[in-house]
Ligand binder design. Sequence first.
Ligand code: MIG
Length: 689
Amino acid sequence: MIYRQKFGEPIETQAVVNLNGVEDCSDKYLEYFKVESGSKVSLRRTLKDGVAVYGLGESTRGINKRGWSYQSFCSDDPLHTEDKRSLYGAHNFIVIAEEKPFGVFVDIPGKVDFDICFKSCDTLEILTDDRDFYLYIITGESMKDIVSQFRKIIGKSYMPPLWAMGYQQCRWSYPDEESVRKVADEHRKLEIPLDAVYLDIDYMESFKDFTVDKSKFPDLQKLTEDLKSDGIHLVPIIDAGVKIEDGYEVYEQGVENGYFCKDENGENYVTAVWPGKTMFPDFLNSEARRWFGMKYKYLTDMGIDGFWNDMNEPAIFYSEKGLEKAWANIEDKKGKNIDLYGFFDLRDSFSKLANSEDDYRAMYHDMDGKRVNHYKVHNIYGYNMTRSAAEALDEIRPNKKTLLYSRASYIGMHRCSGIWMGDNQSWWSHILLNLRMLPSLNMCGFLYTGADLGGFGGNSTRDLVLRWLALGIFNPLMRNHSALGTRNQECYNFERPQELAEMVRLRYRLIPYLYSELNKANDNYTMMFRPLAFDYPDDKFAQAVEDQLMLGDELMIAPVYEQNAIGRSVYVPEDMLLVLFDSSESFTTRKLEKGHHFIQVGLTQVPVFIKKNAVLPLCKSAISTEKLNMSEITIIGWVEDRAEYKLYTDDGISVSNKGEKLITLSAENGEVGCDSGNIRVEDGGVVFE
Ligand code: MIG
């Protein structure tokens, strides 16, 4: 059951698109929360010891969110440490794992706090920043059931083209054509599979959206075509801020039509990001949204079929006013004796210039005739930038899937695109953070997602990249990315690159399974990745697991995420077959009984756990997804009775093309069906060879 309560006069975020079965009910929430309202609304509930809370999509800390206070306020913060409260997304959905579990979704476009037993060890408090919002309470038989009811009301998720399941290589930046070609060549030379290379901000002319710097990329169309003929897609970045420059078409059209955000006096609001002074398109205005979205055509006309939208929280370096204040502070302190607090104040006047609350409060939107302060709708800005791209791309490339993902997000945007997990660091702990965000993002509808493999900030190391790839091969979005000034992180830049290549090849072998599970999770409103607690709610060991995940109906994954480890402890919640890949082609298997095990996992090995009477379909690896033969499947499993698998197939690119094939495998009772030879999946059924 889903109950909805309206507080005040909410701004429609369009997170929820299907109200079938949703009951507008004035007092149901009072059974769940103690409510206090003033200018803000506080919803409080006492939680018994041991009650876990799941959700909040992209956020720091554990799978179980209990014990910390989070804040939904889209933030450009490149240090994802435990003390942080907000990252780039605002995903206000939680499930409380009481004996009778229930879910809560707070649909508010502005700030909201989730204090989950932080201030008081037994109190959950949700505190909204204003009085206008919808509250949804979702009850159901199980956590999985609650999530699936929620996913139904927020609608189906963005599904990427098949090539976006391939390996993708990024760096800030590959600055010119030659360096992009080199990345492609090095991968091909060493037969490291690759489906995409990225263009970060330096491909543009002075960071101007929808321009190409001809001195570095003299013929982008030719480059795009050449790479595509080799199965490699070129994916440029698009930033939210538009440079102020006379003669720059996007700027001039935006000014002429009033498409930019305004200040309190109705003048165009000037801030600064990459190119220096910029203005922000008013993505909350439907005309501005369409106008900006159609600009992507400049790049699709050159054969581009993938984009990533960045800096759309929006990230602001400084505003004119903010900068004036900072200069004034310096002037004021000049020549004076500055004590400790004076020094802090001086330092902060610059370090706190970026993404300041004052700047967000000084900005206004025209929501189709209604003037709205940015602060109140901050969390749906990036969502609407990406919506602008998604809607236009549907028009520009009819019935074709485009790769699209965003940095900032709100629930609802999951229908338009994926997200990547932003600027992580080359830290061991961030492998684990990558793992923990997968299920919470799935709860909120974000299925196509992944972290910067190898880590974005800081210098990576060979062992870190190998261990991260061993998780990364399961991320739907599998992208290696690193920041300006950091060590080169491409597989071929490390010693014995063939060992890294084998990881990537194993990914390609897994694509029939991963693509199937991704699409099935979307079709059936299920989670592709789940905490063990969701599948084994009565198992106290499973409930406590924070570093393993269930993947689809068949698998469990448990990557190694510690430096110098020779393996790890794994909790096996039911009898499973451990498949330890030594390379993409060779593996050993071992039957494991339910219980705790220590598993040795070398630096170049990947463990996969398959449930009894389930099978994992694999194809042969190839240098790009285009070359994969997904109709020749090998299966691995431990089959005592009977196993079947639904293989999802489509043409990988048309929105309308869909299909599902069923592999049924039977084996004699008690026999282990391990790597049972090749099977061909044909329309009539399955052929064993
Ligand atoms: O503040 O475009 O998260 O992936 O490489 C940095 C440069 C701006 C942030 C993105 C990152 C990208 C970088 N961008």
